[in-house]
Design a protein around this ligand. Structure first.
Ligand code: FE2
Length: 415
């Protein structure tokens, strides 16, 4: 009676162990100790059967000393019994014959060392085995002992089984992650290829889309966007002019300011871009909308929809500013680029009309930080070229930032 009570107490302990510990090997070690303690056995091993390699891996061992069994990292090769388990991803239930074969193999491996071998089988699947030495009292195992070992063994078996399932889930999750990363890589490569194709069509603005992507990214980061959102806005920057692919090449490449008719043809490109991008399932939402609205203006005088400030998606405002900033700071066929002080003056004049003030302030802050060497890498400085942002313009830049950020600027009616 006392022994039965002891065994029940041990079972309860074991259940708790399995429920509480997230260290699998620790759990198995405690389980083994409980089994040994409950039956007065000095030594034992719990080994896990690894289906793919048909081996037994020792998970916990006690009382065998140095010579036996092999250390925890050692594996025991199991022959045919294992091989029958490896067929496909769903293991079939082990037959009686296979089970006894498996049992015999383990006994052979441990000949003379283990008196009691119990295969652990869960849902017909071999998950491992418990091997026990003789009782300290040198008595034989009774039927009752065997029953207790079997009960405890079932718990350990379930633990091993769950552990195996967990590892399988983790492995699949890892595979999915890799697959997702691959897809994302393909998406990014495709986006860049498109950006290159867009820029190819426009021979005067080489690298424009790439730079707009970079500037948009920097502005969004300065505005505190999450890395995922920043990645999205970079894509929007790369693709904002994709609609130009449907505009006549001569119009895009006109070496002089174009007339009204040609200009309305050119102005189709945001809406055309939206139509091109809309059917694509982008990993970042709203990319088609950012392309559509990158020529809208807060004062409502933009196109294609004449949206007002709060109606324009922030992403589109960012891309719009990045786009104009690159246009101002690169040479075009009919004009040289502006000097930096003129860019600041343009920002001041057009904040609230053409550009969103908080977005302008963000770009200015990013420029200022780079100019002062406070941030790395200095992407804007690299894209603008050495010495473009001159030391003398920095006070004006600072003043603009503080005006844009202060309420007085808004109250003064300058927006
Ligand atoms: Fe555009």
């Amino acid at each position: 009676m006392r022994r039965v009570l002891h065994a029940f107490a041990a079972l309860a302990d074991l259940g708790e162990e399995i429920a509480e510990t997230d260290d699998f090997e620790e759990m198995v070690r405690s389980a083994l100790h409980i089994v040994l303690g409950a039956l007065g056995i000095r030594r034992g091993v719990v080994a896990e059967f690894e289906r793919d390699s048909s081996t037994m891996r020792v998970v916990a061992t006690r009382g065998f000393g140095q010579s036996f069994p092999p250390t925890a990292s050692t594996v025991l090769k199991i022959g045919r019994a294992g091989a029958t388990q490896t067929n496909g991803s769903r293991p079939h239930a082990a037959s009686k014959h296979e089970l006894s074969h498996f049992e015999q193999e383990i006994k052979d491996q441990f000949a003379g060392e283990a008196e009691f071998v119990m295969p652990l089988v869960v849902r017909g699947e071999i998950v491992g085995a418990i091997l026990l030495g003789g009782k300290a009292s040198a008595e034989d195992f009774t039927a009752e002992d065997r029953e207790i070992i079997r009960s405890l063994g079932r718990h350990i078996g379930v633990g091993l089984h769950n552990h195996r399932l967990l590892r399988e889930v983790e492995r699949r999750a890892e595979e999915n992650r890799e697959l997702y990363d691959n897809l994302k890589g393909i998406y990014k490569d495709t986006v860049r290829a498109f950006a290159a194709a867009i820029d190819c069509k426009d021979k005067y603005t080489q690298g424009h889309s790439e730079r707009v992507g970079k500037y948009s990214e920097i502005i969004a980061r300065e505005l505190g966007w999450s890395e995922e959102e920043v990645e999205g806005i970079a894509v929007a920057g790369y693709l904002h002019d994709i609609g130009k692919l449907v505009v006549d090449r001569d119009i895009i490449n006109a070496p002089y300011p174009i007339d009204a008719k040609k200009s309305s043809e050119l102005n189709r490109h945001p809406a055309a871009g939206y139509e091109i991008l809309r059917p694509i399932r982008h990993p970042f939402a709203d990319i088609p909308l950012m392309a559509r609205h990158h020529h809208e203006r807060p004062d409502g005088r933009g196109y294609p929809d004449g949206l007002k400030d709060e109606e324009i998606p922030v992403g589109a405002k960012i891309v719009s500013l990045a786009d104009s900033f690159d246009a101002m700071t690169t040479d075009r066929p009919y004009r040289r680029r502006r000097v930096f002080s003129e860019v600041i003056a343009d920002f001041r004049r057009n904040a609230g009309r053409q550009f969103s003030p908080p977005v302008v302030a963000a770009l200015c802050r990013a420029i200022l930080k780079e100019a002062r060497g406070e941030t790395r890498p200095r992407t804007i400085m690299r894209l603008l070229g050495k010495d473009y942002v001159d030391e003398q313009s920095l006070p004006a830049l600072e003043q603009l930032i503080s005006d844009l950020e202060s309420g007085t600027y808004m109250a003064a009616g300058q927006l």
